[in-house]
Design a protein around this ligand. Structure first.
Ligand code: DC
Length: 216
């Protein structure tokens, strides 16, 4: 497909996907698409409007009138910047729950494929390499131990002034890992042709370099 480059980055929560994908995007001068942020935005809207996961009627109506886009790295929900609002433990949970709903996945995967069809992108998520961008030129699967991932998330949340304990963060991560990898629809799974990188003990820069080297 005429010179476009698509890079898929999948892996569990806290493996460093977004930081690394952002760095790679900058180096290559291509767009970064954070698909997790899209699930978070839908989770946020469901919470705000009080829509339960089993209320399919209201969910479908809401989805049909929902607009999601990225502008300069910010996620825009119906014209409103929600980048900060979606980065809380409550929204992590809401995103994980709504990401199991077929109606939600169908809508977001459509938008994601559209984004990947028009321009070169690096996209991170859970089902990019084996579903959204199956024919991506480059695929990576980033992992790290649950403890290491919880440690990174914990630092991030603390830095933002959230009142959390390490054990709580570790527990949340393990619960989400379980839910994300056992759900029926497009569970977290490494694509056969993805290169697996275990980032435990590696720095962001080291992993970014490994990925850039592989691409070049
Ligand atoms: O990467 P993240 O933590 O921001 O993702 C939020 C939730 O969305 C997470 O529980 C998994 C889900 N998700 C998904 O199911 N598919 C994607 N492509 C991206 C995220």
């Amino acid at each position: 497909m005429g010179g476009l480059m698509r890079i898929a980055v999948d892996g569990p929560s806290g493996a460093g996907k977004s930081t690394i994908a952002k760095a790679v995007a900058e180096k290559l001068g291509i767009d970064y698409v954070d698909t997790g942020a899209m699930y978070r935005a839908i989770g946020y809207k469901m919470k705000r409007e009080g829509i339960e996961a089993d209320d399919i009627g209201r969910l479908e109506k809401m989805l049909a009138s929902t607009d999601i886009d990225f502008v300069k790295g910010d996620i825009i929900l119906d014209g409103e910047v929600v980048s900060d609002k979606i980065r809380t433990p409550e929204m992590s949970e809401a995103a994980s729950v709504c990401s199991a709903l077929p109606q939600v996945r169908e809508k977001l995967v459509d938008i994601q494929r559209d984004m990947g069809a028009k321009k070169s992108v690096i996209m991170d998520g859970r089902d990019i390499g084996n579903n959204v961008l199956k024919d991506a030129e480059h695929k990576f699967f980033l992992t790290a131990s649950a403890e290491e991932r919880a440690g990174r998330r914990y630092k991030e949340l603390k830095a933002r002034g959230e009142d959390v304990s390490f054990d709580q963060v570790l527990n949340d991560i393990q619960e989400r890992d379980h839910r994300d990898s056992t759900r029926k629809l497009n569970p977290l799974r490494k694509a056969e042709d993805a290169l697996e990188i275990d980032s435990t003990g590696l720095s962001i820069d080291e992993v970014t370099e490994m990925i850039l080297k592989e691409i070049r």
